[in-house]
Ligand binder design. Structure first.
Ligand SMILES: [Fe+2]
Length: 259
């Protein structure tokens, strides 16, 4: 990892209450780069989303375009870097790190092994994994185990969207016990996907099974960042010690490779 990226992460960790500087949030999951997936189509949309993230209090965002066959692929890694550089010229106050939201496919491990730096969050030691909403893939635990053997953490994107997990608490604890880190989406805490999902998010945080809250912002009107609002809502229910690390210290540790 480049020195400049490391210093940003340390700065964020300082914001996590360890030093007397303002609170800084990190967004581990957003579709901020244009023309790569169902995020913004043009650079203007990407700039607008970056400004919205800054206005929401976010200092570091990991760009996580969808990766699966037929969409973004390993050969496009330079394109991701180019898009980040282009965006940085317009919104320098937001540090954008490269990453990906990787769909669970049968040859996932081979693909990751062949091009680790393309798939990882901020070039740290973690992979953001996406699963379908309606089934829990049977090989999920094995994939998490194999990735751990490769020295990689698995962050599961928005587990609250998965109907099987919502109805099977044992399956949730098994995943966490197996080392899966759960990333909740900010808007779901605020009820954008309905009461059932909102309650499930709350239950995950209450049981201390959640690892991070991220925006999964796409820049359209429905999916804009709401991290500050989600944090404020959670602070009504839980202590700052339970809430704040989900927004700063946990993602900072992940990106710094110390998790
Ligand atoms: Fe996403």
């Amino acid at each position: 990892m480049a020195v400049s990226e490391t210093s940003w992460i340390i700065l964020a960790a300082r914001g996590a209450g360890r030093y007397d500087v303002p609170f800084l949030m990190i967004d581990l999951h957003c579709h901020i780069l244009h023309g790569l997936d169902d995020g913004p189509r043009e650079l203007e949309g990407s700039i607008a989303l970056a400004r919205a993230l800054v206005a929401d209090g976010i200092t570091i965002a990991v760009a996580t375009p969808h990766v699966y066959k037929g969409r973004l692929d390993v050969r496009d890694r330079e394109l991701v870097r180019q898009r980040i550089a282009e965006l940085a010229a317009h919104v320098p106050e937001l540090k954008v790190l490269p990453g990906a939201e990787v769909r669970m496919v049968p040859d996932l491990l081979e693909r990751v092994e062949a091009a680790k730096d393309f798939f990882l969050l901020g070039e740290g030691a973690a992979l953001l994994l996406e699963i379908p909403d309606l089934i829990l893939p049977s090989g999920l635990q094995d994939i998490v185990f194999e990735l751990r053997q490769m020295g990689l953490n698995t962050v599961l994107a928005h587990p609250e969207r998965n109907v099987v997990l919502r109805n099977d608490w044992n399956a949730v604890s098994d995943l966490v016990d197996g080392g899966t880190l759960l990333q909740i989406t900010d808007r779901h805490i605020l009820g954008s996907a309905g009461r059932e999902i909102e309650r499930f998010c709350r239950k995950l945080i209450e049981a201390e099974l959640a690892f991070a809250v991220a925006s999964d912002a796409h820049g359209d009107q429905r999916r804009m960042p709401a991290l500050t609002a989600a944090r404020d809502r959670l602070r009504r229910w839980f202590s700052p010690q339970q809430v704040d690390p989900l927004f700063d210290a946990n993602p900072a540790a992940l990106l710094a490779g110390t998790r």
